[in-house]
Design a protein around this ligand. Structure first.
Ligand SMILES: C[S@@+](CC[C@H](N)C(=O)[O-])C[C@H]1O[C@@H](n2cnc3c(N)ncnc32)[C@H](O)[C@@H]1O
Length: 356
């Protein structure tokens, strides 16, 4: 069966890696392609397994892939005809495996998305799919329908899919307390992944907000110690609430990340979502904050340690890193954060190589 996962723009490679790492050894997986915000793959195992992917926002069963949709309205007629003949037997079996109840009276709703220049509108696409399914005797009930059918056109590619994931796939049960500008768990997981988690990691997020990065690290496998801190007591309270009693050993601090009460060279991984400047007064205050934090991070990081930092302030971070000979950018990933361009920096500490 052909599936797709939808991911945050910029995280496609990380999602592909997660998919391969989790399922390639099973012999059930064949990755077909990577498109913007989407990974297409065949999987012959139980689709229920795929619901645990931590980078995915949605999981779909692709029932029709139309690789060369033209701009003309005629491509909609072709799409409608193909749905009229489609045998849904296997698709329904797949839906049942993830717990979707497909009864004799089939209820559906259609969600449509259109990107790129076309001689038809998004609503035309939606109506064509709705009509084709109504003609098969299905019932368009809107909210509460058993089947959420997605009709999408991105560039030349058209897809008709059934959403297999519940709406909360990308949410996490641990995230009960929230703060403004809290990270999406899928993005937090991706950052944790880029830090290459190891069982011996002492892991630090010095601006932990609601604790999303720390919790994603906790779920990513064994670690030696988790350390979190924040200047805001509300944020810290959210972290404490989201952790509950689980995930020991860990310690949380009410601190200013510009002055960390930690011993030098004691932390293996620092993963942090730096303030984007929306709440920090002005550009010079933000520059000072970044400069001082970076100095502290470098001090507490072990000589072979690694930082993964998220920022929308690329020019500022680039210029600060240029001044630090011991910090080397190993990777920079452009990512969409709440509709804004941001960058994940993977930074290696080269202190041990420079001191010889
Ligand atoms: C963008 S949020 C981080 C969100 C967090 N990653 C999450 O998912 O919830 C930035 C956090 O940095 C904290 N912060 C800002 N300046 C700080 C400082 N100087 N020291 C420590 N924390 C700071 C804020 O209180 C806020 O909780």
């Amino acid at each position: 069966m052909l599936y797709s996962i939808i991911v945050t723009g910029g995280l496609e490679n990380i999602a592909r890696e997660e998919l391969a790492e989790r399922f390639e050894d099973t012999g059930h997986l064949k990755i077909i392609g990577r498109k913007p915000q989407r990974i297409l793959f065949q999987y012959s195992g139980n689709p229920r397994d795929l619901l645990s992917l931590r980078t995915a926002e949605h999981l779909f069963l692709v029932i029709k892939q139309l690789p060369k949709m033209t701009r003309s309205r005629r491509s909609l007629t072709a799409l409608s005809r193909s749905l009229a003949r489609f045998n849904f037997g296997e698709a329904f079996a797949c839906c049942r495996q993830v717990g979707i109840r497909v009864r004799k009276r089939i209820t559906f709703r259609v969600t449509s998305r259109l990107a790129g220049q076309r001689n038809f509108r998004r609503l035309d696409l939606q109506r064509v799919v709705e009509r084709a399914l109504l003609e098969r005797g299905w019932h368009n009930t809107g909210t509460g329908a058993a089947l959420d059918v997605w009709a999408e056109v991105h560039g030349d590619d058209g897809y008709i899919s059934i959403r297999l994931s519940p709406i909360e796939m990308a949410q996490r049960p641990y995230k009960q307390a929230h703060i403004p500008a809290s990270l999406k768990p899928t993005l937090a997981y991706s950052m944790v992944r880029l830090s290459q988690p190891r069982p011996n990691d002492v892991f630090l997020d010095a601006m932990c907000g609601a604790g999303t990065l720390l919790l994603e690290r906790a779920f990513a496998g064994r670690y030696r110690y988790l350390i979190g801190g924040d200047v805001s007591t509300e944020a810290l309270a959210a972290t404490v609430a989201n952790f509950g009693r689980k995930h020991q050993p860990r310690q949380f601090f009410h601190w200013d990340a510009q002055n960390l009460p930690l011993q030098p060279k004691t932390v293996d991984k620092i993963v942090c979502n730096l303030p984007f400047g929306e709440t920090v007064g002005n550009a010079s205050q933000l520059a000072t904050l970044y400069q001082k934090c970076l100095r502290e991070y470098q001090t507490v990081l072990k000589p072979s340690g690694k930082m993964v930092l998220l920022t929308s302030q690329r020019t500022l971070l680039d210029s600060l890193l240029k001044q630090q000979r011991a910090l080397k950018i190993a990777q920079r990933v452009t990512v969409n954060v709440r509709g804004k361009r941001a960058w994940i920096y993977v930074i290696r500490n080269l202190q041990h190589t420079l001191r010889v």
